[in-house]
Design a protein around this ligand. Sequence first.
Ligand code: MRU
Length: 347
Amino acid sequence: MIPTATIAWKERKLIIIDQTLLPNDVKFIELETEEDVWEAIKVLRVRGAPAIGVCAAYGVVVAALRADAADTASLKRHLADVITYLAGSRPTAVNLFYALDRMKKVMDGSADNMSREALLDALEAEANRICEEDLAMCRAIGEYGAPLIGEGSSVLTHCNAGGLATSGYGTALAPMYIAHEQGRTFHVFADETRPLLQGARLTAWELTQAGIDVTLLCDNMAAQVMREGRVQLVIVGADRIAANGDAANKIGTYGVAVSAKMHNIPFYVAAPSSTFDVQTRTGDDIPIEQRDRDEVACWGGHKTAPDHVNIYNPAFDITPSELITAFITDRGILKPPYTPEIVRLTQ
Ligand code: MRU
């Protein structure tokens, strides 16, 4: 069974699990328009770098299916606008731009005199390929990463880089799923991941569903658990990895990496080739999404901070490459020096 497929394309309908409702409700919703897709990405109904890319690719097909265009040339013009619109939903995860670029290339490569149905088929086939490739890359990450999780060890993770964040298996969680499949016994510490609790709501949920032994921690407990000698390795995901190996991931990842360094614990970043961005030179060049103040000042509809207090709410941080022991990718483990390895990976 594929752990937690979160996006389904069935009879030309785009269905997702609404992740804002987890773990209380497992609700499948249909995204019927490009506006639905934009909103679902923006408010994190669908989230996690690879899943955002896959969903946006299908979003282009959704838009093509419902477009009221007179001919193929005007449909292509409309879809170019849709691609720009969807690209504006979130700025950090490069997988969104990777997937939309691939959809644009299919569109640009199609002749204006092609039938509308033929263009639709080509776009649908490309979105399916992006989705299937992601699943295969995640499985490969799992196979390369599983040997790092020794019998009886404990691994700490931050945010959710699991099946819910991809086409299945996840990135950081894929080695755990494969090690579990192989019958290994190990333990996972999941940081809750304030402000939106992806670790508590999503990672703890999907690992529990899979029967993997997981302990939930508040973010501020991770360093102490490391100090107690209870963590043998850290595996996290990434939203974008620059050419020099600096990695953007959920806010709080950098602090986990600093603590891991302090305690001599290996810190791994698991990511598919589609998350490496050689056009971005260093972490300083990665755009960091700033999110709404209410995510920090409220919880569950209740205020948790005084009105008008200043709020800072970056969704991601940058872990400098020198804190990363290795990258677990779909093509193997990358060790420093990273730049030549990353260039080879993305060629
Ligand atoms: O804001 P989110 O929930 O989309 O952030 C997700 C993360 O930071 C994940 O760790 C990252 O996208 C990798 S998902 C395989």
